[in-house]
Design a protein around this ligand. Structure first.
Ligand code: SF4
Ligand code: SF4
Length: 250
């Protein structure tokens, strides 16, 4: 049976796409890039951050393109001055409550928020006031959580729940107090987390990152009493082991 197609116009381009396609996906199919932050294809399609807003003719307000399905005859504008201004304000608001230590952040140069700030030429933050002050959770042997860099996109919770089927983390509290947490706000080390690291992969900022031990490795490498074994494998991994043999260390 032929797939049902829907015709619409995006930024002056007439396009036919499968019924059920979102505006975001339809735009992508013809090479139009709409910025996103909370969107994670097939995992977190919730329209929370509103970076992907667009204008649809004969509609009031903005449409959230990552969840709005295409309709026959729709006329969409993705980069009008009002859309760009609204996205700028959204970014300003997000960054106003975000730690600003990009220089030393593990995700610097690989951060979706930083990339958008550059793209939108955010040079000073217009909104000032109260900011969140979360304590960093680095109790786990593998994962560091710094929610002073969290933008509440919920990509991590959706990944943990829907992909890994663990559900170790969720969004708690409301309004300004909203944050990603665990049962009774315990450390990740003390809940059902398997340390698979998939939440880190899905995080667009430096709010979640691997615990790195590079300095410890340097110390071990320089230790004349440590026998260093280099191990290559398909995955990037390093192991240092002090071998005890007949009471001697090698
Ligand atoms: S490491 Fe895996 S199990 Fe733990 S919170 Fe992240 S996604 Fe969930
Ligand atoms: S920790 Fe990262 S992925 Fe999770 S809500 Fe915050 S910014 Fe999004």
């Amino acid at each position: 049976m032929d797939e049902e197609l829907v015709g619409l116009t995006i930024d002056g381009n007439y396009v036919k796409v499968r019924k059920g396609t979102t505006i975001l996906q339809a735009a992508k199919e013809i090479g139009i890039d709409i910025p996103t932050l909370c969107f994670l294809k097939d995992i977190n399609e919730v329209g929370d951050c509103r970076m992907c807003i667009v204008e649809v003719e004969r509609r009031k307000g903005f449409a959230t393109s990552c969840i709005q399905k295409v309709e026959e005859g729709m006329i969409v504008h993705t980069h009008t001055p009002s859309v760009m201004e609204a996205r700028h304000i959204i970014l300003d608001l997000i960054i106003s409550n975000h730690a600003k230590d990009c220089l030393t952040c593990t995700r610097s140069g690989n951060c979706e928020l930083q990339a958008l700030a550059e793209k939108f030429n955010i040079s000073n933050i217009e909104f000032t006031g109260e900011v969140s002050n979360h304590k960093i959770d680095d109790k786990s042997p593998a994962i560091v959580r710094d929610f002073n860099k969290c933008i509440l996109c919920r990509r991590c919770t959706a990944t943990c729940k829907n992909v890994q089927e663990i559900g170790a983390i969720d969004c708690v509290e409301r309004g300004f107090d909203s944050c990603i947490s665990t049962t009774y706000d315990k450390s990740l080390n003390d809940v059902d987390c398997t340390f698979c690291g998939q939440c880190i992969e899905s995080c667009p900022t430096g709010a979640l990152h691997e615990k790195e031990c590079i300095n410890d490795v340097w110390v071990k490498l320089k230790d004349p009493d440590t026998y260093v074994v280099v191990q290559t494998a398909p995955a990037v991994r390093v192991a240092i082991r002090r071998r005890v043999w007949n009471g001697y260390t090698e």
